[in-house]
Design a protein. Structure first.
Lengths: 332, 244
């Protein structure tokens, strides 16, 4: 929902120069990178260096964002948001348009990346995201408007970074900005008070969004509907428990959710352990079925290995038995 | 520094008024009493005509508030966004006045360098989170609104969810116009929770006329009632703390 005045006032054709009123830096606009509810982000150049420049006609929201980026820059070596370079005003034909300049993060959008590389990346990217969220939460913040559009996967390092901090809220306050599909209030599964669980809920919905690029609307019982959507998709089913815990607020922090996703990922890559453990502990039938369907190769491998073990065991038994008979014969 | 209680009227309508005073004039009257008027125009397949659009904008401008025209599917997000935006606007207005007193000239936030502006914005954010808020919701129930009312109800519940996550106290009341006998009918008296709406909303009947101006005018008197009642009830504050 973007109003037209923003479009008109902040629309800058490539090649234009944006000059700061206070610091006097001259940025050359190269292209538009994206736009949000309260501003347009451009790729700009200053002294041969690329930077991302956010231009807005809404001084309030842009100043809030600048404050958050500033607070983040005090956290050493964090990947929370882009680092803030400077803030200034641009006087464009009598109108003052505030802007701020941040580090340019090059990469693909989260959903594009998963579409191109396959759903096996979802879990790995979630691990990275949850690490960032943990740092953010430890600093007393909640990301708030967590959604794929606000995440970028950098190339060539393949690292998830958060790019839009407009929804970032201090813990204990009310969430500043949100998007319905990722909002636990919308699904009737909790309040809009900023707490760690709010972000973890959104993180779970980001995983679902990766399998449902068009998203879906709420119909009736939110939890039931979300879990049904998870059941339908084979790539989401292994994460069923993780997602259920996240959307019902049962994770105390991001690290707990991260550990669980790590568990799912290592179980999937190491079929031997999982298949034996599953049978031993008597997991539900449906779950075993899923595993069978998903990893036919690892299953047969496991069987082979089990067969090998039995063979060895039998051989050792026969030899020991013969040896025992031999010893018996010697003694007699 | 506290801006006291923030008072807002939230008008939800789908078009032009056709009876009584000019709604923009009544909105200006509200502003004079320190009450902000926000307007949301709801569309479905039908588009709001030019005259309706102009009126919606005019009411918000003279009421010192925010206006937005949306399709009913986006109503929930818009209602909470408009309310928040208007709160920040009001607080910023108050802060600007304080700044002028300190700086002694016609300076406003925009005249400060970005760094200083950031510090002021933190104060604005803090106030937005902690101030008391009174929202009087005024819903147009003329015939064309009939099938949009379930969506309006949902968006009001959503608004309550958003605002009750704040640290500050909230008071809501809901009025519809035209009423059965008068121009306006009270649906829900001042309360911190909007949930009780679920029972009342389905029973609404819709009428033919759209007396937007008189509706705003009458709504103003309920703010005064709320204020005087509060003075009488000394255990009021305590009650709010419990309900948080």
């Amino acid at each position: 929902m973007m109003n037209n005045t923003l479009r008109n006032q902040c629309n800058v054709p490539p090649g234009s120069v944006i000059t700061g009123k206070w610091n006097g830096n001259r940025y050359r606009v190269l292209k538009e990178l994206g736009f949000g509810a309260n501003g347009i982000v451009y790729l700009a150049e200053l002294n041969g260096q690329f930077a991302a420049l956010k231009l807005s006609n809404n001084g309030m929201s842009i100043t809030s964002e600048m404050n958050i980026l500033k607070a983040f820059s005090k956290v050493q070596g964090s990947a929370l948001g882009p680092s803030l370079l400077e803030a200034d005003d641009w006087e464009k034909s009598g109108i003052i348009l505030p802007f701020y300049v941040m580090e340019y993060i090059k990469g693909d959008s989260f959903l594009e990346f998963i579409k191109a590389k396959g759903p096996s990346w979802t879990g790995v990217l979630m691990l990275q995201l949850l690490t960032s969220l943990e740092v953010l939460h430890d600093q007393g913040w909640v990301f708030g408007d967590l959604k794929p559009e606000n995440l970028i996967v950098t190339t060539p390092a393949y690292k998830v970074r958060c790019i839009d901090v407009g929804g970032t809220t201090k813990q204990g306050r009310s969430i500043k900005e949100f998007t319905e599909f990722f909002d636990r209030g919308y699904w009737g599964l909790g309040s809009r008070k900023a707490d760690q669980q709010y972000d973890l809920f959104a993180a779970a919905l980001v995983m679902i969004n990766a399998s449902y690029p068009k998203r879906f609307q709420k119909k009736g019982d939110g939890q039931k509907q979300i879990m049904e959507a998870v059941n339908v998709k084979a790539e989401l089913r292994p994460y069923k428990n993780v997602i259920e815990k996240a959307i019902t607020g049962r994770y105390q922090n991001a690290n707990q959710m991260r550990q669980d996703i790590m568990g799912v990922l290592s179980r999937r890559s190491n079929g031997t352990v999982s298949s034996t453990r599953q049978t031993n502990k008597g997991y539900t039938k449906q779950k075993r079925q899923t595993l069978k369907n998903m990893q036919p190769q690892t299953r047969t491998q496991a069987k082979k290995k089990k067969g090998g073990f039995a063979e060895t065991f039998l051989l050792v038994m026969i030899v020991s038995l013969l040896y025992a008979i031999y010893l018996y014969g010697q003694i007699m | 520094m506290r801006p006291g209680t923030l008072r807002q009227i939230l008008l939800i309508t789908d078009g032009c008024s056709n009876q009584g005073q000019d709604p923009a004039a009544m909105a200006a009257l509200a502003r004079e009493q320190g009450i902000t008027v926000n307007v949301i125009g709801v569309m479905e397949e039908d588009v709001i005509d030019d005259q309706g659009l102009k009126e919606i904008e005019a009411i918000a401008i003279s009421g010192g508030g925010v206006s937005q025209v949306v399709y009913s599917t986006q109503l929930s997000q818009t209602v909470q966004m408009v309310t928040r935006k208007a709160m920040t606007q009001t607080i910023q207005g108050v802060v600007n006045k304080e700044l002028q007193q300190i700086l002694g000239s016609s300076k406003s936030m925009e005249d400060l360098p970005p760094d200083k502006r950031g510090e002021v914005m933190e104060v604005v954010d803090d106030l937005g989170e902690t101030s008391k808020l009174e929202v009087l919701v005024l819903v147009d129930t003329s015939a064309s609104m009939k099938h949009k009312l379930p969506t309006v109800k949902d968006s009001l519940l959503d608004l309550s969810l958003s605002l009750n996550a704040r640290m500050g106290d909230n008071q809501f009341s809901v009025f519809v116009f035209p009423g059965k006998k008068n121009d306006v009918e009270k649906l829900l008296d001042w309360t911190p929770k909007l949930e009780s709406l679920t029972k009342i909303f389905p029973k609404l009947t819709t009428g033919g006329i759209t007396p937007t101006g008189p509706a705003i005018q009458e709504a103003l008197s309920y703010f005064n009632k709320n204020r005087s009642l509060r003075g009488l009830l000394s255990h009021d504050e305590q009650y709010f703390e419990e309900s948080m």
